[in-house]
Ligand binder design. Structure first.
Ligand code: FMN
Length: 389
């Protein structure tokens, strides 16, 4: 995509403008969205994760965020989920952050707790609740799960235990320890997972939270636990490192958690020192007849745009953003500050580096690792109509 077609010179590409947040400067606006790989053992990441996340750094992503990483063993979604509930998890994560840094990318970690969607199967084992076959074939047994209220996530799923206040105190401590370990592991950014019907979203959404104590009912009450966790993590996390929160900006179309709720939540988070909001949507099983947001290209960009416009807080747009030009236009329109890609990165981990070449008209090779750029730039010249010298 030539730069002229977006009305920009090669030096004026927003996608490759650095962004400073607290003491961390992201070299560009491309973020690898958190993606669970269900390939950890007892929460330990390994060489798979190093290579998987490392590819995105070699491909020039400015910020690589790990998959949802459980703050407690029971907070995993599946037996294969990554974890940070033990000090012993830190060294393998450190290897990953060292590699990302060496490649010029910032390292983010998404901290999460599965809540009502815990004790699940890996997608390729069925994507449902763990059952007798998982136990028989892989010795993967279900474990007791928790939520805001004792409501199963969907038909066939176990009924979670509604958290008591003492459980919440434990949970807050788990998040605090996880933040400490994230620092020790060398991460630059923490993202708190408050989306997709996992535990913190299960407190926010009125479709899942039916409590009648001070953690349920009004919006203020439903936000109480996520805000407590945000405050605790902010206090534990170094001043100079940014803290993001990922939300489901809406549960569906005109049902449950709304964009107005997201604005209120964002302002409350900002008051507690949160630096950016990643705007996803959905995750809750909606009542019959209610619709999810339709999933077209860039379908969640309007949420990032609205929240950014109304609150002034930096936002991260995500969801079927596929082409460099599309990403550049989101930034130019002022709809978001960062662009996160999920599946497109799995398809093409060099997405950011290729976007640099496409948008910067030949000047983008410096975004590639030196080990590749020297060769690829010459090859490009050889292939150009004038040929190489
Ligand atoms: C394999 C896979 C795993 C995912 N795991 C997570 C996760 O751990 N945490 C999260 O917040 N979102 C997760 N997501 C959602 C993505 O971060 C992203 O929001 C979604 O895929 C939409 O963006 P895309 O159209 O660029 O893929 C996952 C998506 C995929 C495809």
């Amino acid at each position: 995509m030539p730069a002229e077609s977006i009305g920009a010179s090669e030096t004026d590409i927003r996608l490759f403008e650095p962004l400073a947040l607290r003491g961390i400067t992201l070299k560009n606006r491309v973020v690898v969205s958190p993606m669970s790989m269900y390939s950890s053992h007892e929460g330990f990441s390994d060489d798979f994760h190093l290579v998987h996340l490392g590819r995105f750094a070699l491909g020039d992503a400015g910020l690589v965020i790990t998959e949802a990483t459980a703050v407690s063993r029971d907070g995993r979604i599946t037996h294969g989920c990554n974890g940070i509930w033990l000090d012993a998890h830190v060294p393998n994560l450190r290897r990953i952050t060292d590699f990302l840094h060496r490649s010029g990318s910032a390292a983010g970690i998404q901290l999460g707790h599965s809540g009502p969607k815990g004790a699940g199967q890996r997608p390729w084992h069925g994507n449902g609740p763990l059952g007798p076959e998982d136990a028989a074939q892989r010795r993967e047994y279900p474990w007791p799960i928790v939520s805001s209220s004792p409501l199963p996530f969907d038909e066939g799923w176990a009924t979670p235990h509604g958290l008591a206040e003492a459980d919440m105190d434990e949970l807050v401590l788990d998040y605090r320890s996880a933040a400490r370990r994230a620092r020790e592991a060398g991460f630059d950014v923490i993202e708190l997972h408050c989306a997709h019907a996992y535990l913190l979203h299960a407190f926010l959404s009125p479709l899942l939270n039916k409590r009648d104590d001070k953690y349920g009912g009004s919006l203020e009450n439903r936000m109480r636990l996520p805000l407590r966790i945000a405050e605790t993590v902010r206090a534990e996390w170094p001043e100079d490192r940014p803290l993001f929160v990922r939300i489901s900006a809406v549960d569906g179309v005109g049902v449950g958690w709304s964009i107005e709720d997201s604005v209120v939540f964002t302002k409350a988070l900002a008051a507690r020192g949160i630096d950016a909001i990643a705007c996803s949507s959905g995750g809750v099983k909606l009542p019959r007849g209610q619709a999810l947001v339709s999933r077209d290209r860039g379908f969640q960009v309007p949420f990032a745009a609205h929240i950014r416009q109304v609150t002034g807080i930096p936002t991260i747009a995500v969801g079927l953003i596929l082409e460099p030009r599309q990403a550049e236009e989101v930034l130019r329109a002022g709809d978001a500050d960062l662009i996160a890609l999920g599946r497109e990165m799995l398809f093409n981990p060099n997405w950011a580096a290729q976007a640099a070449v496409a948008l910067k008209q030949g000047a983008g090779w410096k975004e590639w690792p030196d080990q590749y750029a020297w060769w690829l730039e010459r090859r490009a010249r050889q292939l150009s109509p004038r040929g190489a010298s």
